[in-house]
Design a protein around this ligand. Structure first.
Ligand SMILES: *Cc1c(COP(=O)(O)O)cnc(C)c1O
Length: 395
């Protein structure tokens, strides 16, 4: 079997997430061309990829070129401050007072999801900023109510969305009073999309929210930009950024998660058994439910090296996880040879929304996590998990 970039699954424990530093650095290089062509700053969204041992290679405070990271919670903000060491930005659908107290000590930017949350925390922020030299900048997330066709659970502009302030919510506000203390506008409406979707979204934002663009000094275009995908139109992205920057004196931010680690990781697994269901079914030492929940949630069918669609190759079978969930199924695949106990399977594009979402349901052990460099075939970091990780999150 020819594995990508001469990855040898036998060099790693199983199951194991393996991230290729060479591909991560290639992605960051592409992202940096956007920074150089536009003056936009790009942040890593930790929600999608938080393998912190790789941060020194991503952050411009060390060997990379990204300006910082964006967090969805206090703990992501802390990880960002401790390990990424660049700018720390935070957004969540709701913050508690305890969250805000901690975030103020960690963040450079905090973005609010509602007018109520902003008004509630404004006095606390003003007080904090009065006592500290480094000021925390505040922004509002808007909902432009312009859908670009993402599936509903990934569409922040779906009718029932709770994400972002709608234009009508500003109608009853005194804008001068409301924007006292606000320096930024944030929108995040895309998911795995190309820059044509951004272009259309921006035109809606510029039309509906010009009153805000005129009042702020930074604009965050959110994530969902598939910038490092082969067919991504970088030229149009740069045009979009430069167009807004030419019209308004603002610093633009992008905060992709996927694009930073796209196609940079694998999940290595081993066949434990092959049984007969309605067709042959290989039971793996990994699990869709515990180790790649997006396979069930998104849902999608992950690529496996050397496999084909159903009946495309000689031997077709189902792949199932080792948990006791009846629906722990990965899909139907075909291979040149029948699978057997001990065979290795390599799932591709497994760095993103994978290790950040694992669970220990059923007491299944978390896959090991490796940082590997395909250029030198060296393992730079290898972390194992065990019983303590299962026990430690229960009491
Ligand atoms: C999910 C999310 C991101 C990252 O999205 P990707 O699809 O991984 O690029 C960025 N910003 C916000 C506010 C998000 O919710």
């Amino acid at each position: 079997m020819q594995y990508p970039h001469n990855l040898n699954p036998n060099d790693f424990p199983s199951p194991c997430f393996v991230t290729d530093l060479a591909k991560l650095e290639e992605n960051v290089r592409i992202l940096n061309t956007v920074q150089e062509r536009t003056k936009a700053k790009i942040l890593l969204a930790l929600k999608g990829f938080a393998q912190w041992k790789s941060f020194p290679y991503l952050s411009r405070t060390m060997r990379g070129s990204l300006y910082g990271a964006c967090a969805s919670s206090v703990d992501e903000a802390r990880l960002s401050k401790e390990e990424f060491k660049g700018e720390v930005h935070a957004f969540a659908a709701g913050f508690s007072s305890e969250d805000m107290q901690e975030l103020l000590t960690l963040c450079d930017h905090i973005t609010f999801n509602s007018i109520h949350q902003w008004k509630k925390f404004r006095p606390m922020i003003i007080e904090y900023n009065a006592r500290h030299e480094k000021k925390v900048l505040c922004g509002l997330r808007i909902n432009p109510e312009h859908s670009e066709g993402a599936v509903p659970i990934y569409d922040p502009c779906d009718k029932s969305s709770r994400l972002g302030i709608r234009l009508k919510d500003f109608a009853s506000e005194n804008l001068d009073e409301l924007f006292e203390g606000i320096t930024g506008l944030h929108f995040h409406t895309l998911c795995e999309q190309n820059s044509d979707a951004l272009d259309r979204t921006l035109r809606v934002v510029e039309e509906k929210f010009a009153f805000m663009l005129e009042r702020v000094s930074w604009v965050n275009f959110g994530g969902g930009h598939h910038i490092t995908r082969e067919d991504y139109d970088l030229e149009l992205l740069c045009q979009c950024i430069n167009r807004v920057q030419a019209k308004y004196p603002v610093q633009i931010y992008l905060e992709p998660g996927e694009a930073v680690a796209l196609k940079a990781g694998y999940l290595i697994s081993t066949v434990l058994d092959v049984i007969e269901a309605d067709m042959p079914m290989a039971i793996l030492d990994t699990s869709a439910s515990c180790h790649m929940p997006d396979v069930l949630e998104m849902p999608y069918r992950p690529m496996i090296t050397g496999s084909g669609e159903e009946n495309q190759k000689k031997y077709t079978c189902r792949l199932g996880g080792k948990s006791c969930l009846a629906g722990d199924a990965i899909g139907i695949y075909s291979f040149d040879e029948p699978l057997k106990d001990g065979d290795k399977l390599v799932f591709e594009d497994m760095a993103i929304y994978s290790m950040v979402k694992t669970t220990t349901f059923n007491g299944l052990r978390l896959p090991s996590i490796a940082l590997w460099d395909s250029r030198t075939n060296k393992i730079l970091d290898l972390k194992h998990f065990g019983y303590e990780d299962f026990k430690g999150r229960l009491s």
